[in-house]
Structures are given as structure tokens and as C-alpha cells.
Design a protein around this ligand. Sequence first.
Ligand code: XMP
Length: 528
Amino acid sequence: KILILDFGSQVTQLIARRVREAHVYCEVHPCDVTDDWVRDYARDGHLKGVILSGSHASVYEESTDRAPQVVFELGVPVLGICYGMQTMATQLGGKVEGGHKREFGYAEVRAHGHTALLKDIADFTTPEGHGMLKVWMSHGDKVTELPPGFKLMASTPSCPIAGMADEARRFYGVQFHPEVTHTVKGRDILNRFVLQICGAKPDWVMGDYISEAVQKIREQVGDEEVILGLSGGVDSSVAAALIHRAIGDQLTCVFVDHGLLRLNEGQMVMDMFARNLGVKVVHVDASEQFTGHLKGVADPEAKRKIIGREFVEVFQAEARKLTRAKWLAQGTIYPDVIESAGAKTGKATTIKSHHNVGGLPETLGLKLLEPLRELFKDEVRELGVALGLPHEMVYRHPFPGPGLGVRILGEVKREYADLLRRADAIFIEELRNTVDPATGKSWYDLTSQAFAVFLPVKSVGVMGDGRTYDYVVALRAVQTSDFMTADWAELPYSLLKKVSSRIINEVRGINRVTYDVSSKPPATIEWE
Ligand code: XMP
């Protein structure tokens, strides 16, 4: 196993992710664990190496965090990244100076000599024959004097000691961040460290993650009970399946149907969880309540607030009935942790993430159980498949909490929701059924999110011999990797044609279909 000590960098989990991608087991622990803790951790002989992460602090403020000194006495390789390299230098007798111009972003680093870590790894070679790496840097302080026993491993004009190595002790430090994808050869460097220098075996798979997570959940929860708000989205579904695997009937899921779900969604969720997986699910039909409160409200923000508030109310009412529940489980994943917490992830300060159900933990007096906190979306999906959830459920497009409430422009009416649900289902069905010959993938898989939007305006049409005066739907399909920016998808005309004709013919009440060709920014993905 590899031990990653976290100094609070936002990208520490990316280090863990890269190590997992090399199929090596690793754990992230806060940097302020004690010497005794580390000794104990290494006692079973499975510890193959240590990675010291970067720090949030090094960029903005002085940090006094140090690695437990014993890390350098275990006889295993150590890699310090950014702040991790600086603390390594300080603790081993070198010098670090602050107050320099901050270096942030892309840099080209010259790799010196032939250290075991960087040997033969380069993005290009200069005319003088120097191997060069394209990297991502983010630091203010820098190492100005090598500790005894170290030699220079890499440099840039503004950071003469951008890498250092003590090959006898197998200690390495890099000022740049190999864990981010902007460092082109970063993955090779981390693989080299973990697999070759540490000699860790690449035998870790997602199945191992499940047994470890199951064990941890059992230890945490004991014989207490857990409730979870199941939305039908990927994250809460995978969390439910994982927790159910660990504690079975000690888990109760609450599925709130606010009347703004997609076609057959409630049925689908109940079938999969209650019937197939045997998970206890309380299905609450709260559609009347939501529709009632949304009556006459047209402002998007007001609608969002009402839906959020009602959701919390329904969920709380259900939670109160489960008197023995002591835990609230959430499908919080790592990007949520970064978004809602910012810095100091996992280190010292405990961060509460209220991403999924705002404000619930305090008012309910429940402890938080978030077994997916360390995983990225694609890892969550892989985990879901390994847990036996169907592929098409795990690879679904995201669906917003307020549901169709933000896809019906202006006032939400049941009549509109019914029309939209049917149009949306046709669009999704055709996306799933249409395969792009160039890639062999369906257009559903080639888009990141796709849906129909209901426009409460009427336009004139003609059907048979008669005039129609009906509503409009807009189709929206986007491609994006992070949902912060997005391009509208260039769907084939033949597909649009089929969807349009099916919707107009099959959904009485809609006589016009448009395609949204706006990118984000300046538009957003959802219309409200
Ligand atoms: P926008 O419309 O801001 O959406 O470009 C970006 C992504 O976020 C989703 N979204 C939400 N998800 N609750 C959610 O759980 C919400 O209130 C919400 N609003 C937008 C949206 O579907 C897209 O994937």
C-alpha cells in the first residue's frame, strides 16, 4: 500500500486517483498524524512508499505543517509534491524561502541527469539535448538549498530547484504537480514512483474497494440505523447499493416523488431498489403538495427555493418516523467536496457538505455517512457496475434536483409536466437507439446531458385538415466534461427529424419542436 499524507491541497485526491489507476492500493491521511501512528501503520510490512501532497497554504500563507519525521526513517521511498517537497527539504536540512513571485500554471521544466524517477520521461528534447517536461506549477515558496545527500533533478529559469533526488534513500521531490492532467507526463512519473521505485504490486481492483468500504461502513455504523434520500441519480443510487451491501436492512431509503420526475422514474427506482436489490425504500408521493405550493409561481429562483424547501420538509417528516435512525447517508462525491469546501480537504477541519440535501444534518441531529467522498464520478460509476447496478442506470445523464420544475418555463402545471415527460421520453429513447457509425456509440452515450424543455407559448400548426394551436418544446443536448462549460451537440439531422416527428405525432398538445443551439457560456445547460 501507499500512504498519501494530505497537507490540504485541493488536488490531493487526484494523487490517490492516479495511484488507484495504477491498480495500487492507497490511503489518504492528514499530515498531522503522529510518528507512532505512522510506525504502527507500517508495522505489517505492507507499506511500500509515502507521498507528501501539496498544500493550500503554501500558495497564500505560511504553513508550519510538517510530515511526521519518522516517514524519513522507515526505509521506504518518499515522494514530495510541491509543498511536500518543500517540507521534505526543510526537514532533511535544506532551505526553503518564501516571498518570491508566485508561479502558477503552465511551465516547462528541464529534467537533469538520470534519476530513476525521470529517466527517459520527457515531452521534448531541446537542441542542446536536454529533456524537457510540460508541467503545471502552483507555488510561492521554493527550495533554495538542497538538503545533504540530494542532487538536482529538475529546474526552470525562475525555480532553479524544481526537483531533487536522494537516490540512495529513494527520496524524491518535485515542485510541479504530476497528479494533474496538465502535467503531460504526470501519470508516467507517478506510475514510475509507485510501481518501479516503491515496487508496489498493481493488483488492486474496484472489488477490493467494495470490501474495504463495506468494512469501514460497518465499523462506523455499528448496529445503528441509516437513512438515505434516494433521488434515482447515480451518486445516491451507488451510495445506497454500497451501504445496503454493508448493513442490509439497517438502511432505509426515502424516495420523494415531487411530481417533477421523468416518465416512469418512480417505478424504475422502486423496481430496481426495492424489488431487485431488496433495499428498504419508502416511496413518498408528495406531488400534490409540491404542485400546490408551486401554483402561480413563475420566477425561476422562487420555484427552486420552494422545491428545495418542500423537499426538505417531506424528507424530514419521513426521517422523524424512523426513530432509530442515527445516520444520514449522502452520495457526496469528491468534486462536491471540493466545490463546497474549498481548501483543507480532509485535513484537521471536518467539512460538512450539504450539497445534496441542504441544511438537513443540523436540524435532524443525524451523523453524516458519505462513503463516496473520495471518489470521482467515473469511479463512482465503475463502483456502481461492480455492485451490480445496471449499466444504463449507472451511466445515466445527470438530472437536477428540482427536476422538471426547471424545465417548464414559468409556472409549473401538472398538464405541462405530463406533456413534457412524454416528449422527453421520446427524445431519450431515440438518442439511446441511434448509433453513430463513426464511433459505434449511441447518441445518448455521446452526449453528456439531453432533455426536452417545455415552453408555455402556443404556435399555430396544421394537422390533417385542421388547424392546431399548441405548445412548443425545445430539445437540448450538450457535450461537456465538467458541466461548467458545454457545447451544444451536433446531433444528426435524421435523428432530430425522427424525434420531432414522433413528438408532434404522439404527444397531442405539442405541435412544434425546436433545437437549442446555445453553448454554455453564455447560456446555461438548464433553461432556468
Ligand atoms: P446549468 O444549468 O447551471 O447546469 O448549466 C449545470 C449542471 O447542473 C445541473 N443542475 C442542478 N443539479 N440541483 C441539481 O442537483 C440543481 O438545482 C441544479 N441546477 C442545475 C444541471 O442539470 C447540469 O447538469
